[in-house]
Design a binder for this molecule. Structure first.
Ligand code: SAH
Length: 266
């Protein structure tokens, strides 16, 4: 892998410590040509949580086929002292622990030497992740994600590396790992060739600012509930029109915010 360490990230830390040879967990089985694969890298205290659900189904298949690559950087390896400490009490007092900037800094330096793409910190204070962000990320060569734990990461490390904060939603998780997997799933499925049917990302919820229409499949009659007859009519024009109407109806009812935006763009 090429060393794409941008100069702004190479500031010396002034202190050199001997560290073990670092072999971040490679989650890929051997692939001869991964040079062009989309690269996801995750800095975490819980590398065993990966690939997790990303190893299943379409994302798992694409992973095995080398369409994207996943590696983790085990933060614990960079911990200080006999116990490899990664956290300490908050300056100014208060509950919980804060992730140390020196430990995180070493992990980040290591990660930046290995993979291209921007650094993001998963955080409930961040910009809300959405479909557009997934699309933007899918255009990049890859991304490096930092999963926090405890009360989060020392602010200085976020400022020093100018790290963007991204949130999965307005709630608080115990760690960034689930958020990382959710965001990687949403991004990886947009990479070329990951979904079997390229059409399936065109019509779905959030692709055009609307929620998707309801879906039905056989049996035609289930417990006395029938599939809307128009869907059984074979009339493609009418089906498309019905779907559009339902999509607009649902969006108006459930997401007035999306509906207003959609109207503005028309
Ligand atoms: N004290 C922090 C919350 C820390 S939760 C605060 O009040 O803002 C511990 C870690 O979980 C965070 O560092 C972050 O990496 C992750 N996390 C929690 N909620 C998240 C969310 N909504 N989106 C993304 N990551 C989240």
């Amino acid at each position: 892998m090429s060393d794409q360490n941008p100069s702004k990230h190479t500031k010396s830390h002034g202190r050199k410590t001997m560290r073990p040879t670092l072999k971040p967990r490679e989650l890929m089985t051997h692939q001869p040509d991964l040079a062009r694969a989309w690269q996801a890298q995750v800095i975490t205290l819980f590398p065993g949580a990966f690939p997790g659900v990303l190893g299943e189904s379409l994302t798992g298949k694409a992973h095995k086929e080398g369409k994207w690559q996943l590696s983790t950087v085990d933060l614990r390896i960079f911990g200080e002292g006999k116990h490899r400490n990664v956290d300490d009490t908050p300056a100014g007092g208060g509950a919980g622990m804060v992730m140390r900037p020196d430990v995180m800094g070493h992990a980040i330096e290591h990660a930046l030497r290995r993979a291209p793409g921007p650094l993001v910190y998963l955080s409930p204070r961040g910009k809300r992740f959405d479909q557009q962000m997934a699309r933007d990320w899918a255009e990049l060569p890859g991304i490096t994600m930092i999963c926090g734990r405890f009360e989060g990461v020392d602010q200085r490390v976020l400022d020093h590396y100018n790290i963007a904060e991204v949130s999965l939603g307005d709630f608080v998780l115990t760690g960034g790992e689930i958020a990382a997997q959710a965001m990687l799933d949403a991004t990886v499925r947009l990479l070329p060739g990951v979904l079997g049917n390229a059409e399936s990302t065109v019509d779905e919820s959030h692709s055009d600012g609307l929620l998707e229409h309801p879906q039905y499949t056989r049996p035609a009659d289930w417990e006395g509930h029938e599939i809307p007859p128009v869907l059984m009519s074979g009339h493609h024009g009418k089906i498309a029109e019905w779907r559009r109407e339902k999509s607009e109806e649902l969006t108006q009812q459930r997401r007035p915010d999306l509906w207003a935006k959609h109207k503005d763009q028309e």
